[in-house]
Design a protein. Structure first.
Length: 220
């Protein structure tokens, strides 16, 4: 899903950059007083794991690439703002150090993976999990991980499909990106559900301490 340089025209890339910058600035504002050592430790561990998972790429015809994202997991565990910042940092390092994703397309990659995936996964989780206990939490985590990456893939398909710089239109890019990420989303959803379930059982202090909780500073 990392869009390289040359796939997006200047207008599309510029609009995506503006959206990404607004989100990052607002996220910094929302998280400035909510970070504690426990949450910082969780964020660091998640960033390392997500970084490694995203470095495994499978090329797609008519699109960019297929890989795990981890945006929904970050949003569920850390909230949408800190979770988005974690994914942004991962994408920034991948872009500048490893050449995974173009500099001109960084705004679009942030929009797809640090905004769409994180927010969709978080909102689905919050809407379904509620106070229903472990089964609801498991289903909510799975759907958040599955639909988060699927919708991020569709948005990516729209960006490159509508860009005059890309040789294929949305009739090709959206089905390819959307369908393949719906398939991958099943795996991402399962991983997300198992991790959230494991943490909720083995480390309940993380929930009581703010992670996965209803703490206002972590809500939308």
């Amino acid at each position: 899903m990392h869009i390289p340089d040359g796939f997006l025209d200047p207008l599309t890339a510029g609009v995506c950059y503006i959206v990404a910058v607004i989100f990052i600035v607002y996220s910094l504002y929302r998280t400035r007083a909510s970070i504690n050592p426990e949450i910082a430790s969780m964020a660091s561990i998640l960033a390392a794991g997500i970084f490694a998972a995203q470095m495994l790429n499978w090329p797609l015809p008519g699109g960019t690439s297929l890989h795990m994202v981890g945006g929904a997991l970050a949003g569920i565990l850390l909230g949408p703002w800190l979770g988005g910042l974690v994914i942004f940092i991962v994408l920034l390092i991948q872009c500048l150090v490893f050449g995974d994703g173009g500099i001109t397309a960084l705004g679009a990659n942030v929009l797809n993976m640090a905004i769409v995936d994180v927010l969709v996964g978080y909102l689905i989780y919050r809407a379904i999990a509620g106070k229903g206990g472990r089964p609801h939490r498991w289903v909510a985590s799975f759907l958040g991980g599955w639909l988060g990456i699927a919708l991020a893939g569709i948005v990516c398909g729209l960006e490159i499909g509508y860009s005059p710089s890309f040789p294929y239109g949305v009739a090709v890019t959206v089905p390819v990106m959307g369908l393949w990420h719906l398939v991958l989303g099943v795996i991402e959803g399962l991983i997300t559900a198992f991790i959230v379930d494991y943490i909720s059982i083995r480390s309940p202090s993380l929930i009581l301490g703010g992670v996965l909780s209803d703490e206002p500073t972590l809500q939308v």
